[in-house]
Design a protein around this ligand. Structure first.
Ligand SMILES: O=C(O)CCC(=O)C(=O)O
Length: 265
């Protein structure tokens, strides 16, 4: 899969692109079963909300074959090879659960600010790719993005360890207000299998989920191999130090796994 000229232009100018129904329901079902298995594990890579419900599972490619396949899927990896013209590795890979009724807020932040500060990533040459595992509605805590905010580079931020279950360098209300006045605000919604790609410097966040509809999203952060992190300070599952280039799988690899799972069921 290659990005069209229009998609490349939107990614460059607006900082994000959204492609509905990028993976089929059968492919999403394999990933949903995998995420249920992963969130049942008791491991350091699994972070919980303050009330004990699952928030985020990190390094999921090492926890389940389905996520290993997704992390090497040509529909996700090829477009970035096209964009940067070099080999890529996985910097971070997680599933954010945003549980029904209790899913917590993610304050406004830029990811690259965090990768620079905490991991020593030299350039913003890393991209987030998310795949919806549940339907994302306007009301179950969709990811909100401020278009064009990536053009400002790294913005001033403050470390927030209080208002979310995960410490983040966050943007002030004044900054968010100014950026929204310039670029507006979008919150892409869609069926499971939809794909959202966004720049590491794009300001984004999400509100809590008080609805009965869970909102699970997988996030891959793919970094250019030449941009490997120079000063890692975090646990390895938060900022990987295996800079081996991603080897892509066949396009039907998730379906193949679904067939194998059905055969042993
Ligand atoms: O899943 C979300 O709503 C936000 C996730 C996010 O911003 C992040 O992981 O950096």
């Amino acid at each position: 899969m290659k990005l069209t000229e229009a998609q490349l232009a939107q990614l460059r100018d607006e900082g994000w692109i959204f492609v509905p129904d990028y993976f089929s329901q059968e492919e999403v079902d394999v990933l949903k079963r995998a995420s249920d298995e992963v969130f049942r594990m008791k491991r350091d890579e699994i972070y919980l909300e303050k009330d004990g419900t699952p928030r985020t599972a990190f390094a999921v490619h090492r926890l389940h074959e389905a996520f290993d396949i997704l992390g090497r899927h040509p529909r996700l990896i090829e477009p970035l090879k096209q964009l940067w013209g070099e080999d890529l590795y996985l910097h971070q890979y997680k599933v954010n659960a945003k549980a029904k009724f209790t899913g917590d807020v993610w304050q406004w932040h830029q990811d690259y600010g965090n990768w620079l500060e905490k991991d020593g990533m030299p350039e913003p040459r890393a991209m987030n790719i998310s795949v919806f595992l549940d339907e994302v509605f306007p009301f179950n805590g969709p990811l909100m993005l401020i278009p064009r905010s990536h053009r400002h580079g790294v913005l001033e931020s403050t470390k927030d360890t209080q208002t979310t279950s995960f410490p983040l360098y966050t943007q002030s209300e004044e900054t968010v207000e100014r950026l929204c006045a310039e670029g507006g605000l979008v919150a892409p919604t869609g069926r499971p299998g939809s794909m959202l790609m966004f720049d590491g410097n794009l300001v984004h966040g999400s509100s809590g989920n008080i609805t009965p509809f869970p909102r699970k999203i997988v996030y891959l952060t793919v970094n250019a191999c030449s941009n490997w992190i120079r000063k890692p300070t975090r646990e390895e599952w938060l900022a990987h130090q295996d800079f081996t280039p991603i080897e892509m799988v066949a396009d039907d690899a998730l379906l193949e796994l679904a067939r194998r799972e059905a055969a042993v069921a």
